[in-house]
Design a protein around this ligand. Structure first.
Ligand code: PLP
Length: 379
């Protein structure tokens, strides 16, 4: 198998697995229990929190563990909206967010909040002008992703954040696709809230966390016991949290970027040299180094994927959360692609174990599949 879908998920790193095992075997205590066995589990959770805080250059009490990146996004958006509803009911987001944010915004609209979705340029970038134009005295929260999961395009978060900081408006950023790829320190990004996920960085699935700058007004979405300082009830996933911290530490010290961008460029150049009617979406914008989104004229992305699968190559048409959705990608449509162009697109996302030989094999496979599909469609 050639796995080129690392933006969907990554394999669990052996070090992550090793770190988790003790808490799935002998160390299975409940962190809320008052006796030593429970206190040991609690200590493991707090050590994990401190390790993550050190990597993110923030305080341990600014980290709230969640069950996923999706839950972190929900806590940020719903929690801040709930806490600030008296102040205003206007939320700004972009038209290219992951469903974890875009669907949550739709749910908030149904609850009486007004949502503005900022357009993006043809390269998939939100502009400062559009943000400034959309701000009102009612705006309580702006949620803009750090890098897009489909195209890898990086948003100018710090620049956008400057505008918001001057007006004391909260910024949330979904940094699920950037940790381990580019620097993403919340303080530097001037984000009050930032979401992260474990399984994109060789950590376990079903883990994530929300960075919440001290004193950010957020109310809990999941209520129950006093876990996570009352911000997220539910007995902690101790082994998952320990594995997540190990993954964050490794991601924060990784040096994969340069090498990956060389392989990604080799993939794109290989295709562009041998096929006509191909566009690399977002290629003129800053991108994370592992992601390539390409549109192929006259063919359907789903058919390309099928052809790749038959050759043992895993890729996707976009967000894994939209698999089976026949609609063209809203992200690519927001960048100005036609529905046909959007439907002729695929995403290839590399990982640190991706070999140059796998890139070359994928180029050969894509050239063959696209050429064959085009011949069939023109026959
Ligand atoms: N946000 C972005 C940008 C993502 O790419 C993903 C996952 O694909 C998520 C949020 C959701 O993360 P999780 O799978 O941990 O719920």
């Amino acid at each position: 198998m050639i796995y080129l879908d690392h933006n969907a998920t990554t394999p669990v790193h052996p070090r992550v697995f090793e770190a988790m095992v003790p808490y799935l075997t002998e160390g299975w205590g409940n962190p809320s229990s008052p006796y030593r066995f429970g206190r040991e589990a609690k200590r493991a959770v707090e050590k994990a929190r401190a390790r993550i805080a050190e990597c993110l250059e923030c305080k341990p009490n600014e980290i709230v563990f969640t069950s996923s990146g999706t839950e972190a996004d929900n806590l940020a958006l719903r929690g801040a909206a709930l806490a600030l509803a008296q102040k205003g009911r206007h939320i700004i987001t972009s038209s290219i967010e992951h469903p974890a944010v875009s669907s949550t915004c739709r749910a908030l609209e149904a609850q009486g909040f007004r949502v503005t979705r900022l357009p993006v340029t043809s390269q998939g970038v939100v502009t400062t002008e559009s943000l400034v134009e959309s701000l009102t005295s009612e705006t309580i929260l702006v949620s803009l992703m750090h890098a897009n999961n489909e195209t890898g395009v990086i948003q100018p978060i710090e620049e956008l954040a400057d505008i918001l900081q001057r007006r004391s408006i909260l910024l949330h950023t979904d940094a699920v696709q950037t940790l381990g790829k580019i620097p993403c320190l919340p303080e530097k990004m001037k984000a009050a809230l930032a979401s992260f996920s474990g399984h994109k960085i060789e950590g376990p699935k079903g883990t994530g966390f929300l960075y919440m700058k001290e004193e950010t007004p957020v109310l809990p979405v999941i209520t129950g016991g006093a876990h996570e300082r009352g911000l997220r009830a539910g007995t902690e996933n101790v082994a998952g949290i320990v594995g997540l911290a190990e993954a964050v530490v490794m991601a924060s010290s990784s040096d994969r970027t340069d090498d990956l961008s060389k392989k990604r460029d080799r993939l794109e150049q290989g295709i562009l040299e041998r096929l006509t009617g191909v566009v690399v979406n977002g290629s003129s914008a800053p991108r994370v180094s592992n992601t390539s989104n390409m549109s192929f004229d006259l063919v359907d992305g789903e058919s390309i994927l099928l052809g790749l699968e038959l050759k043992g190559i895993c890729a996707s048409t976009g967000s894994a959360c939209s698999t089976g959705d026949p609609e063209p990608s809203p992200v690519l449509m927001a960048m100005g692609l036609t529905p046909r162009q959007a439907q002729g697109s695929i995403r290839l996302s590399l990982g640190k174990k991706t070999q140059t030989s796998e890139i070359d094999e994928t180029v050969d496979a894509l050239v063959e599949i696209v050429t064959r599909l085009r011949a069939v469609s023109s026959a």
